[in-house]
Design a binder for this molecule. Sequence first.
Ligand code: AP5
Length: 219
Amino acid sequence: MTNIILLGPPGAGKGTQARRLVEERGLVQLSTGDMLREARTSGTEMGKKVAAVMDRGDLVTDDIVIGLIEEKLKTARAKGFIFDGFPRTLAQADALGALLKRSGQELDAVIEMRVDDEALVDRISGRYTCGNCGEVYHDRTKPTAKPGVCDVCGSTDLRRRADDNAESLKQRLMEYYKKTSPLMGYYYAAGELFTVDGLADIDAVAKSIADVLDRAKGA
Ligand code: AP5
């Protein structure tokens, strides 16, 4: 099993790199952001509750996201998991540790993707996603080959996220620095933290992550 966490602020490139790892290493991506976006379109009570929280840029409560991850870990069969956007608080990190231990698994690496705030604003404001297959694009750094058509699945359902605006981003960054950045110390102390330069281009970041995984596996 290979279990990794991709840790980084909004727009750091976690989703982009997670999708590559799925393709290249056959791992399963567990993105709490994607799960919550799915929940909000389902019309359930939980979906309605989380929609407003996400649009504001606040974090959804720990019990909801831990419940979502617990459910996936129980049902998904995989060679390993990429935790994308989870954990985001110390309580979530403790819960993930307990869940993995209970199923006889461990973490191989926590990869911090370091990017400065200025680049994040540019990445978030240029992002769009395929509503059908989830492929992530950017107006400048990764546009679709044919305007308005997804390169991967050919869908024309290309969307921008409701929380990708300046006001929500400010709040998402605030939440990140207040509640998620302490996880760096948490995983550093556990000897599991690796840092990559998230400002490099997409291929170069993928190469740095591959190097980390080879090192972590060989350790
Ligand atoms: P979530 O969906 O997890 O959003 P996020 O953490 O804010 O991260 P993003 O998806 O915005 O960015 P990313 O790092 O994946 O970057 P991407 O690859 O898309 O969470 C959304 C909300 O859900 C939260 O605010 C919260 O309310 C809730 N939530 C989720 N999980 C939760 C949890 N555990 N607890 C509580 N609440 C939770 O890349 C961004 C753009 O940059 C793209 O356009 C891409 O093409 C481009 N790009 C990527 N890499 C590069 C590169 N190297 N060079 C140039 N461009 C690049």
